[in-house]
Every structure is written in C-alpha cells, then in structure tokens.
Ligand binder design. Sequence first.
Ligand SMILES: [Zn+2]
Length: 379
Amino acid sequence: MTAHAQDPGRETHPGWEASANRETSAPPARGPYDEEAELLGQLSEAAGISGWEGEVRGIIRGQLEKMGVCYRTDHLGNIIAYRGPDDEHAGLRVMLAAHMDEVGLVVSGIDKSGLLRFRKVGGIDDRVLVSKSVLVGKNRVPGVIGAKPIHLQQPKEQENPFRAEELFVDIGARNKEEAEKVAKVGDPIVFATRFTRLDERRARGKAFDDRAGCLVLLGALQEKYRVPVYGVFTVQEEVGLRGAQVAAYAIAPGLGLALEGTVCSDTPGSEEHLQATRMGAGPAISVMDAATIHNRRVIERLVEVAGKAGIPYQLRRTTSGGNDAGRIHLARAGAAAGGLSVPCRYIHSPASVLDLEDVVNTRRLLVEFLHSLEEGWTP
Ligand SMILES: [Zn+2]
C-alpha cells in the first residue's frame, strides 16, 4: 500500500528518511572517533521506547558476544553482564547501569480517516512533536506527525503550542482499514532521525539519552577487573527506573553507578550558573538530582582519579532529573551511589548533539575508577 511504498533509488534502509547529500557522501578516512561513531550510530538508530527495547538489546548482545563477555537477560529484559573474579563476593560489588530505552510515542487509536492517534512514553515536550518524521511499529512504517496548518488556525490558537492530544501520525493510509494493515494500537513510534557526524568530534542523532551511556558501558566491559563488576543494560528507565530496581535487587551491589547521556544547556537562554553541563568539557560527575544524593566519597574518588589520569571532568550543576542510581542506591540494604554522564544537547527530542571526545573521556574515567577500586577502596 501507499504507506509502504519504497523509493527503489533510495540508499537508506526501509523506513528511514532519505538522507541529505552531506549524509550519504563517502565516509572520511578513519579518524580517532570513527569506532565510537559507528557503534553509537547503530545504537542511536535502533528503535527502543520503554518496554520495546528488543532492537537495542540485540545490538548489545551481539557486542558482548563478540567481546566474549558473559551475560544473562532477566524477565524484564535487562541485560546483566559480568566482568570480575570467579568469586562474585570477592570485594566491593559494583553495579553499572545504562538504560536501553528512549522516550517516544505509542499508537493509541486509529481514526476512520486512517490517521493514528498516540500517547507519549516518557517525558517529551509537546512542542517538539509537530511535523517530525517518525517510524511506526517493528516494520518501521514511515509517517509524519501532523497538525492543523497555520492558515486554518484562529489567532487565539496560534498563541498556544499544540498539545500532544491534538496531534496525529499520518502514514499515508486512505482509511482505517488501510492503516490497520500496517499499524495497530500498542505499536511503538520513534523519531526517524539518522545518525550524522557534524564534524570529526560532534555528532547528531536520536536517543543519545541513553545510548551514549550504553556505548560507555560496552567500552568499560572490554576490560577485566579484580572486583566484581556487573554491567547492566536496563529497561524502562524513562517511565520510572523500573529495570534498574529489579536488577539491583538481584545483584545487591555495594556501589551503583548510573551512566547517562545527560542534559546539556550551554546554549543561548541559559545563564552560566544554570548550565547543567557543557559539551566537550568531559564527563559530568553527578552531585545530586531529584532521585539521588550521590555519595560524597564516590564523588571525591572520581575527581581524584580524573586528576591523576589527566582526564577532564565537570560536576553536574543541576539538581533536576533522575536516573537509575535513584533505584539502585535504595535496593535491599542500600548502596553508595555515583553518576557519570556524557553531556547531550536537546535530549528527549527528535535530535540531540554530543561530542565524541566526551564519550571517550567518560569511558576512560569509568575504567580508571573501576581499576582504582582494586586497591580495596570502599565508599
Ligand atoms: Zn537517561
């Protein structure tokens, strides 16, 4: 049907937006961040709203298998990888968490006209939705988020942004029957954003929150540690830190670190003291957010390790937001909490921007920190 028609001349895979010239031109010669960009691109373009993390899980399992890292998957869909001594009780048990899910939409109904109605999954600003290209369901049916055109809006209507309830997804179907052949209530909807290098270091893509954290965690799991290190790729963070809760119960860590792509507001409109993080200034060490007051000794240790290794870092200068650490540090008898994040501009929107050097430095600091625990340090 028309909603599925593919342009045979198109070089992108089915469902993706046709790329601009810049994006399809021959890749530049191998550079220092190409390896990170390649994997981040795969992770970013995978569809994975909360509860639908399967595609992301598939990529991560493939990487873990390539690396020879043992892992298991629990009933919620968390991947729990292990990198430590045979005796899982030999030393401080560390749980690292990066969430696989992203914010997005879910089909909530199909109109007679063939237009899809939706609900939001996770925190998305209604104002970023209008006119965005999206992909619906596991077959990546392309569509666009439609709204009443400006020509037909009353002056009063133009004063307020559209609410999500007023919007719809147009997949080109002529009527309900046609739409039902390719979409159904409950299908996930993700933004159709191609991963793009903006220059050698900077990249644009969707879902860097938290595919950037997933990339950092995969990198850290390439090393072996003499303390029990559990790398958990969690599910359903964006709807309430749910995967981390059960994984932390299973692992019973003494120390929990959330690895994130976090809010970055080093852009016009934010005074310097309100800039939570700055892009390109290194990993952001969490001090406090809405779900966690991070352990002072963990913060000091991260700062000390960064100083010794010459790794740039910054302290995250906001108390809003929350992540998996919020559940991990409250599991069972409690754990010391820490957080390391890659600054990402415009998170929870169709396109974010990050600096690949921040990704590399976040991984470096994490690896150095984990090795430093082998001296017998405890929080
Ligand atoms: Zn996140």
